[in-house]
Every structure is written in C-alpha cells, then in structure tokens.
Ligand binder design. Structure first.
Ligand code: PXP
Length: 238
C-alpha cells in the first residue's frame, strides 16, 4: 500500500486570489483527512505565495493531522518550522520566478545547508526527506547527507505520460533509483505533476511508500469533489 499525502497549497492559492478567508486551508486539511488522506503537505514558500505562516501554525497545532512541510534551505523558514513542529519535512529547491518546483534540489551546491538542516530535524525526530531528481548519484548523496527519505521529482515522467509520449526510459530510470534507494534503507516517496495515470504507472513498480499530490487533486475536485478524488487515488494506491 502506498500512502497518499494531499498537498493543499492551491486551496490557499484560491483563497489568496480574493485576499479573504475562504476557502480555508485548515478546513481543507481536516476534510482531506476525513476523506482518507494519510497526511497533509504544505509548502511555506519564501514569498508566501500560497500557504501563509498562520496556515502553518493552525494546521500544525492540530496534532491529529500528520503534517509534511516542504521548505527551501532557508534558515528563517527553519526557525518557523521548529516553532510549529511538523511531523515531516521535505527540503525542496525554490526559485522566486518559477511557477512551481521545477526539479529536484541541487545537492552539491546546497550540501552544507542541507546537512545542517537535516541534522537539526533528525535531532528533533522530524522525519526528513530530500526532493531529488531520479538519479543514482543523488540517492547516494541523500544517504550521505543523512536524509531518512527521498522524494523523487516525477515531473518528467508525468509530462511524458500526459502527452502520450514514450515514458519507458524514464520509468526504467525511476525504477532503478527506487531499488537503489530501498537498498540503502531510504524510504522512497514520489511527487510532482502526478495524475491518475502517473499514479497507476508508478504504483506498479513497487518500493514507493508515499505519493504527494496537489495540483491535480485540487483541480479535479472542482468537478468531482475532494472525497471522490481522494478515494480514486487511494484505490490506485491500494
Ligand atoms: N512534492 C513536492 C516536493 C512538491 O514540491 C510538490 C509541489 O511542487 C508536490 C509534491 C506536488 O506537486 P503537484 O502539485 O504538481 O501535484
């Protein structure tokens, strides 16, 4: 069985479009959990374009919500994270001008900061993960940096599948990366750009323990509701 983390950033995007209070990401977190999500993911970006500090505070204060915080290697965000104590963290790259997280983090360039941040969270018993491109080198480096999990950036395979292009090579790469990581005793997660088709393809290779899905779930819920959408993903995960 693969766990499903529901990313609710885009509930905040819709709320922020009006600058008012509705729809409330906290309410979305509660409802997603009720509908069968295994955890809730939020990304507190440096520019606060969707999730705000008050959302993080409110969601993390409810200890019944297993919370996964995505964050850049930013010491200010680290301080906020330590105050709010999420259950899990995933270190991601962040660029101001990107629409979304375009790729995995550059482990070489950010080595020092990543090592420090991971050691702080490991000490605080917060489950740590690194958002990486599907590469054996990055898996090896993640292990060396003492991450407990890796999350594979699935943007490339998702795009190939959505555009009906040949995704076999990318799938093979991901499969090798998953097996290598499992061998190194790293827990493997996957996320970015996933929809039903991508989830189906990736669920078949075995070894992935968690999917983190946001944009498609919130978008599909416009047509079918969060309950049906989460259930459909849970059926794929099972
Ligand atoms: N996992 C990570 C680490 C992310 O940064 C994101 C958002 O870019 C997602 C999963 C969810 O991606 P999406 O919204 O495309 O499903």
């Amino acid at each position: 069985m693969i766990r499903l983390g529901v990313n609710i950033d885009h509930v905040a995007t819709i709320r922020n479009a009006r600058g008012e209070l509705h729809p409330d990401p906290y309410k979305a977190a509660l409802y997603a959990m009720k509908c069968g999500a295994d955890s809730i993911t939020i990304h507190l970006r440096e520019d606060r374009r969707h999730i705000k500090d008050k959302d993080f505070k409110k969601i993390s204060s409810n200890k019944k919500i297993p919370l996964n915080l995505e964050m850049a290697t930013d010491l200010k965000i680290l301080r906020i994270a330590l105050k709010n104590k999420p259950n899990f963290v995933c270190i991601v790259p962040e660029k101001r001008n990107e629409i979304t997280t375009e790729g995995g983090i550059n482990l070489i360039k950010n080595k020092k900061k990543i090592k420090k941040i991971l050691s702080v969270f490991n000490k605080h018993k917060v489950r740590t993960s690194l958002f990486i491109n599907p590469s054996l080198k990055d898996v090896e480096m993640s292990k060396k940096l003492n991450a407990k999990c890796i999350e594979i950036h699935t943007g490339k395979i998702s795009n190939l599948i959505k555009n009906n292009k040949n995704y076999k090579n990318e799938l093979k790469t991901i499969n090798n990366v998953v097996k290598y990581a499992v061998n190194l005793d790293l827990e493997v997660h996957a996320g970015h750009g996933m929809d039903y088709k991508t989830a189906k393809v990736l669920s078949k290779i075995g070894g992935i323990k968690e999917f983190n899905i946001g944009h498609f779930i919130i978008g599909e819920s416009i047509f079918f509701g969060l309950k049906k959408t989460i259930k459909a993903f849970k059926d794929i995960c099972n």
